[in-house]
Every structure is written in C-alpha cells, then in structure tokens.
Design a protein. Structure first.
Length: 299
C-alpha cells in the first residue's frame, strides 16, 4: 500500500534519487539497497527514485531493475513512495519497463525525455502518453535538456498534463522563467531536479525536490521545505545558504560518483560503480570531504 498523498504533493515533498548499491564483484546488492532505502526514509524522505540516472540505470538490466524495485518496496514501501525510473529513448522499451515496474510494486513512474535521438515535440508527446497509457501508475515527467538534448516545451507539458496519470514534472531545465509559466499553466506538481535551485523553484510554485544531495542532507532538505511551506522564508534561506558547499561539492563531477563516495565515507551501502562511471580520485575524495564538512555533514 502506497503512503498517502495529495494532488498537490503526489509523491511527497522530499525524494532522493537513490544510487544502486553493488557488491564488490559488481553484482546487484539487494540487501544493501534495502538498508540504504531504510536509512534514507528514516532520515526524512517521503519517497525514493530507483532506477534513475543516479541509480546507474543505463548499466542495469531489465531484470535487475525489477528486482531492485521489488526489494525497495519490500523495505520501505509502506512508508515512502517508491518511484521507478522507466524512461529510455525507445518508446516500446519504456512501456515494457513501465509494466514491469508496476508488476514489481512501484507506486509511480519517472519518465525522462528520450535522449540522443532528439525527437520533435510531437514525438515527445506521443512517447510520454504511450508510457502513461501502459500502466496504471502516476507519472512524473523528467525534463533535463542538458542530457536529453531536447527540452519539453511548455506547450507540450501543458498538453501532457491533460492525461489523468501524468501528475508531476521533475524540472532540471535550469530556467526559472519557463518553470514559472509551466507551473502556472499545467497544474502539475513541480519537483526541483537541480539541488542548487531547490529553494528558487519553491519560490515560483514547486512543491518539493528530487534530490541527489539527499543522500547526505535529507534532514536539512526536509527542514528547508517545511520552513518554506510554513511561511518562514528566512529559515529556508538560511538552510539553503548553509548547504551551498554541499551542492557545489556533490556536483564537481558526476552525481552518482560523488554520492557513492559520500555514502562510503559514512559507512553506508554503495559499492563500486559500473563502467563507464569511475571512482573518484584520491584528490577528488579529499575535496569532497572538505565540501561536505563546510556544509555541516559529519563523516
């Protein structure tokens, strides 16, 4: 049974895009995934994104993706939303992943813009609609043109919002103006997909975050959004400014690399990365320690 939600916050307010723990030999570590999921929910997450980019989804098999969803739902599904990343640049494959995630017990779907092949807006519309039609789960769009190569235009977002199961958007576009217009005209629940812009996006109507830094600062993210919602903007700003070194440090290089390094420093399940991702260098690890410490993270 999924946790309770509202149309305004269909997946809660604070979600971490969870890494996928692997064992020393590179195999999927389901026990580690369950322990990490429990830790993140205990820290204050309303939900977890599994099989996203930070979960190294390009390098996990369809079977591994389903197994991971099942394990995380078993661990925390009674108290957190488990949202499965199912987006690819192949509509047919994405619909298959959507059905598999639903069968595995996911509470929702995250669907990224098809990447590399750069479809036009009509192609994006048909892609997202097909995935939403394929399963009975609520869908969060994921707009990240820096990786996908194309944005989801505001007009397309508004059109997609007419679908009864498309209920939210993860915004990693980095454009507050476009976000303002899309929030105002689509009615979708808006989630920041760029940690540095978490607070600015709240100011134009976002309801929460899909975060990478949530691996290490979920309590602070929770306090920030709770303060903002309560009208205490000064406290929210103070927390945002305190976290600036963490935002900077966790994105000096690829987020999954820094997230796994930070988790390892804290003795939490993470394990190695799958190629083409690589471990941080000793120098990068030392810089990460400095950045995290500057933001108040205890290692």
């Amino acid at each position: 049974m999924a946790p309770t939600s509202t149309p305004q916050t269909p997946f809660g307010r604070v979600l971490t895009a969870m890494v996928t723990p692997f064992s020393a030999d590179g195999a999927l570590d389901l026990d580690g995934a369950q322990r990490l999921a429990a830790h993140l929910v205990d820290a204050g997450n309303d939900g977890l994104i599994v099989n996203g980019t930070t979960g190294e989804s390009p390098t996990t098999s369809d079977t591994e993706k389903a197994d991971l969803v099942r394990a995380v739902v078993d661990a925390v599904g009674d108290r957190a939303h488990v949202v499965a990343g199912v987006g690819t640049n192949d509509t047919r494959h994405s619909t298959e992943l959507a059905r598999a995630a639903e069968k595995a017990g996911a509470h929702g779907l995250l669907v990224v813009t098809p990447y590399y092949n750069k479809p036009p807006q009509e192609g994006l519309y048909r892609h997202f609609k097909s995935v939403a039609d394929a399963a009975g789960l609520p869908v969060m769009l994921y707009d990240i043109p820096g990786r996908s190569g194309v944005p989801i235009n505001t007009e397309t977002i508004v059109r997609l919002a007419e679908h009864p199961r498309i209920v939210a958007n993860k915004d990693a576009k980095g454009d507050l103006g476009r976000a303002s217009w899309a929030i105002a005209h689509s009615g979708l629940a808006w989630y920041s997909g760029d940690d540095m812009l978490n607070l600015p996006l709240l100011s134009v109507g976002a309801v929460g975050f899909v975060s990478v830094v949530g691996h290490v600062v979920t309590p602070e993210l929770r306090a920030m959004v709770d303060a903002f919602v309560a009208g205490d903007v000064h406290t929210a700003l103070r927390i945002h400014q305190k976290l600036l070194p963490v935002f900077t440090g966790m994105f000096r290089t690829q987020g999954v690399m820094t997230s796994k390094a930070a988790l390892a420093l804290q003795g939490l399940p993470a394990g190695p990365l799958r190629a083409p991702m690589v471990e941080l260098t000793p120098e990068e690890t030392e810089q990460l320690k400095i950045d995290l410490a500057a933001g108040g993270v205890k290692l």
